[in-house]
Design a binder for this molecule. Structure first.
Ligand SMILES: *Cc1c(COP(=O)(O)O)cnc(C)c1O
Length: 403
């Protein structure tokens, strides 16, 4: 969460004073307004607000009728929820390499598509747009659905289209760590009416509270309970008003630092699929080898993270998946379901060597939209100095090794 204040407090106070905290069935409600505003902002026909990004992914997959017997392609560098959402609907996640943009690698995607593949989940990790042109082209060629995981990229874009609005369904998170936040929360957007209605039915445990349940074109089935309260809706409406300002300031900060570092020794940025659409919440560096990355990340004033250390964002740490604990009991564990026998359920911690290799020598530095010139200068200087020191360290190493 970047910015929050008096406006959110006032919005929450209004909800409490109204004594209407539940998303009921009348149109003049915070959550209902937020959905319309989010859909308009994202350039999609429909939006559904749910209690988290994971819920949005699950509801999206349910919306697209993905389940047991289906393989879904997900990158090996993303928050674990991208893959576990696939298991939550009974389908099998198949892991795909990342390329030099650290987003899903279209070349490996092609290799991983089989007759059982139903969908691709590209992830706009760190606010960085995935290669949507290639992904959409492949999806069309092979008749696959595309669910964009835009949980880390609220408001970003790819070739002037909002991230999340390009595939069949786009999923967003508003948890504490995302670009806009209500502590928890999420949303999906789509132009597919059936997917929207199915997601709506699913998120509302049978839609008993919807006035328009009689107008649905899909049959009602049982689902989960992912509804959000009016308090979340009220906060999100204010956060949405802040979104453009946050993105503009992140852009200013990241691009100032990048231009200060342009041409500096040992500095190389992670390639972007669309520089203008980048949310700019994270600056990524690529180094020649892992020891340089590690040295740089821990240098004074850099506050970097070697991406391989991103915990549950790296597939090698997705224990429930790797150990095939895909459900709370055997009967609902997708790995044991009869319809999934014969799908690609084999995982290993070293199965994506290209991903591990890239993550081992990449460093991410988080940006802050409220940094002013002095802070920008400090970060840029720290990075420049840290990168310069690497040459010295490498030189000394070579001397020790007698090169
Ligand atoms: C945060 C995140 C999610 C899950 O969002 P929650 O709101 O925590 O459920 C999914 N995918 C990615 C890439 C994320 O960063």
């Amino acid at each position: 969460m970047f910015r929050i204040g008096k406006e959110e407090i006032d919005a929450v106070a209004r909800v409490i004073e109204s004594r209407q905290l539940f998303r009921s069935n009348h149109a003049n409600q915070e959550v209902v307004h937020f959905e319309a505003e989010w859909a308009a902002k994202m350039g999609a026909a429909y939006s559904l607000c749910v209690s988290g990004g994971t819920c949005a992914l699950i509801a999206a997959l349910v919306g697209l009728e993905i389940g047991p017997g289906d393989e879904v392609l997900v990158p090996g560098y993303t928050f674990m929820a991208t893959a576990t959402a696939v298991l939550a609907v009974g389908a099998i996640p198949v892991l795909v390499e990342i390329d030099d943009s650290l987003t899903i690698d279209p070349e490996d995607l092609v290799r991983k598509i089989t007759a059982e593949t139903r969908a691709i989940i590209p992830v706009h990790i760190n606010g960085w747009p995935a290669n949507m042109d290639r992904i959409m082209e492949l999806a069309r060629q092979h008749g696959l659905a595309v669910v964009e995981d835009a949980c880390q990229s609220d408001g970003g874009s790819y070739k002037n289209k909002r991230l999340g609005s390009i595939g069949d369904v786009g999923c967003f998170s508003f948890n504490h760590y995302k670009i806009i936040s209500a502590g928890e929360g999420g949303a999906l957007v789509t132009n597919n009416k059936t997917a929207y209605e199915r997601a709506m039915v699913y998120h509302d445990a049978g839609t008993q509270f919807r006035p328009y349940k009689d107008e649905l074109s899909v049959p009602i089935f049982l689902g989960a309970q992912y509804r959000v309260s009016e308090i979340i809706g009220a906060i999100l409406r204010v956060q949405l008003e802040r979104l453009d300002g946050i993105l503009a300031d992140l852009h200013r900060v990241k691009h100032s630092i990048m231009s200060e570092l342009a041409g500096a020794e040992n500095i190389s940025f992670i390639r972007s699929n669309d520089v203008n659409g980048d949310c700019c919440s994270v600056l990524g560096f690529s180094f020649a080898n892992p020891s340089m990355a590690r040295e740089f990340a821990k240098s004074d004033g850099v506050n970097g993270i070697v991406t391989i250390d991103s915990g549950k964002h790296v597939y090698a740490n997705w224990d429930p998946l790797l150990e095939k604990r895909g459900g709370h009991c055997d009967a609902v564990n997708p790995f044991l379901m009869s319809r999934n026998q014969g799908l690609r359920c084999e995982y290993a911690r070293d199965m994506l060597p290209q991903t591990l290799e890239r993550l081992n020598r990449s460093v991410i530095v988080h940006m802050n939209p409220d940094w002013q010139d002095d802070q920008i200068e400090l970060v840029a200087n720290s990075c420049r100095q840290a990168a310069l020191n690497l040459t010295q360290a490498t030189h000394e190493q070579d001397l020790r090794e007698g090169k």
